[in-house]
Write a protein that binds this ligand. Structure first.
Ligand code: MTE
Ligand code: MO
Length: 406
């Protein structure tokens, strides 16, 4: 619940707890009045986020990480970006939470409580990379509307839950099933209960993969509220918008799911490349599926200063949607020549991979270190911003940091 909404409903006692002191003349406050101390919601405290995170929007809440915050192998909550399309759910009651499996292509419509889901199906834990389709949008020219993500709308936490496949099979999948769509408890920005903030999905083949799970734990604990507590669909390697938070339902569809943000130009790119600024017809747009190969230098921070004659140990992560990263390289001469970095295998499919390199600089001066990943199909990250598209999706250009050698 947002602090503003909470304040409206809170009693004097709970207000005092939030402020951390007794409100001495509290009984004389006009009804509904918000004490000044609580008028400015602090998203860093509210969502337990690192102070270096950047707030892109507060209605809905959108926050991004900086590259150096993503240095951990397993992303902690404090550094995970937040992307909301609507208003976060109010009054979550875990004991009454249910998940309904329905749709044209379900054999038996079924509703499960959380306890049933957890006791009936086997548990699995996977580290899963999810990246917002719009990560990197801020670099497109002409600019694209939407949150101006730089590089920080990606995370790779460890998620525990049950396989979506096991649950769908328990309800029964008809032969004509082609897609699933999720339903969630957050509210449309208009607060119109008849509209869903977001209801996306994926083809059956993705829904039935081992790693596609209904998660109830993140990094070994309850999923943080803002990341989808108490239940979240996790579809690693695909645009993060498929990974529905606050999950209440899955529809098995006999056609491509047509929920909110599945239709129109949402999460779609031109099927064939277009010129920057060109308009595209809706029928020439394709739904984004697996995300493209990409990497991030998480150490050091851009702007690092080092002494001449010392080597710099850089490190970071690389990922490639449904694929693995096969090769990792770096350049200190603006991409003219590349040297190999050390690249590790993923801990499981769809988890990002760690890389490191010992970088040596020939003389004092200003350098940039660029990092480039190549996937198992031979696709490499472009050095500059790739294919312009109206909504600014899929910018997987090489990440770069500035280094000064003194
Ligand atoms: N219910 C619900 N699920 C959602 C969203 C949302 O607004 N509501 N946003 C989606 C989008 S666009 C992204 S990028 C990811 C962000 O996940 P995070 O906030 O845990 O980082 O959640 C996805 N799942
Ligand atoms: Mo997103």
């Amino acid at each position: 619940m947002k602090r503003r909404d909470f304040v409206k409903k809170a009693t004097l006692g709970s207000l005092a707890t939030l402020i951390g002191a007794e409100i001495v003349f509290g009984a004389r406050m006009p009804e509904g009045y918000q004490p000044l101390a609580l008028q400015d919601p602090d998203p860093f405290k509210m969502f337990s986020k690192n102070k270096d995170m950047v707030v892109l929007n507060d209605k809905p809440w959108n926050m991004e990480a900086a590259a150096h915050l993503l240095d951990d192998d397993i992303t902690p909550n404090a550094s995970m970006f937040i992307r909301n399309n609507g208003l976060v759910p109010e009054n979550i009651d875990v004991s009454k939470w249910t998940l309904t499996i329905d749709g044209e292509s379900v054999v038996n419509k079924k509703t499960y409580t959380l306890a049933e889901l957890q006791s009936k199906f086997e548990h699995h834990t996977y580290q899963l990379t999810i990246e917002c389709g719009g990560n990197g949008r801020s670099e497109f020219n002409p600019p694209a509307q939407g949150n101006q993500w730089t590089v920080g709308a990606v995370h790779c936490a460890s998620w525990t839950g049950v396989r979506l496949r096991d649950v769908l099979k328990d309800a029964g999948i008809k032969n004509d099933a082609v897609y699933i769509g999720f339903h969630a408890a957050d509210l449309h920005l208009s607060r119109d209960a008849g509209k869903e903030a977001i209801s996306r999905g994926c083809p059956m083949a993705k829904a039935l993969q081992d790693e596609t799970i209904l998660a109830f734990k993140m990094n070994g604990e309850d999923i943080p509220f803002i990341h989808g507590h108490p239940l979240r669909l996790m579809a690693g390697g695909w645009p993060a918008s498929v990974s529905g938070k606050w999950l209440t339902g899955i529809s098995i569809r006999n056609k491509v799911h047509d929920g909110s943000k599945m239709t129109g130009d949402s999460y779609k790119v031109p099927c064939k490349p277009i010129a920057p600024g060109e308009t595209v017809k809706e029928e020439d747009l394709c739904i984004i599926e697996s995300m493209p190969v990409k990497s991030l230098i998480t150490f050091p921070k851009s702007g690092a200063m080092i002494k001449a004659g010392t080597a710099l140990n850089i490190r970071g992560h690389a990922w490639a949607g449904e694929l693995e990263v096969a090769n990792m390289e770096y350049s200190i001469d603006f991409g003219s020549t590349w040297k190999p970095a050390v690249l590790k295998k993923p801990v499981n499919r769809l988890a990002w991979q760690h890389f490191s390199a010992k970088v040596e600089f020939p003389q004092k001066g200003y350098y940039e270190v660029w990092a480039k990943a190549t996937d198992t199909k031979g696709m490499a990250q472009p050095m500059l911003v790739p294919g312009w598209n109206p909504k600014g999706y899929l910018n997987n250009a090489c990440h770069r940091i500035a280094v000064k050698v003194n």
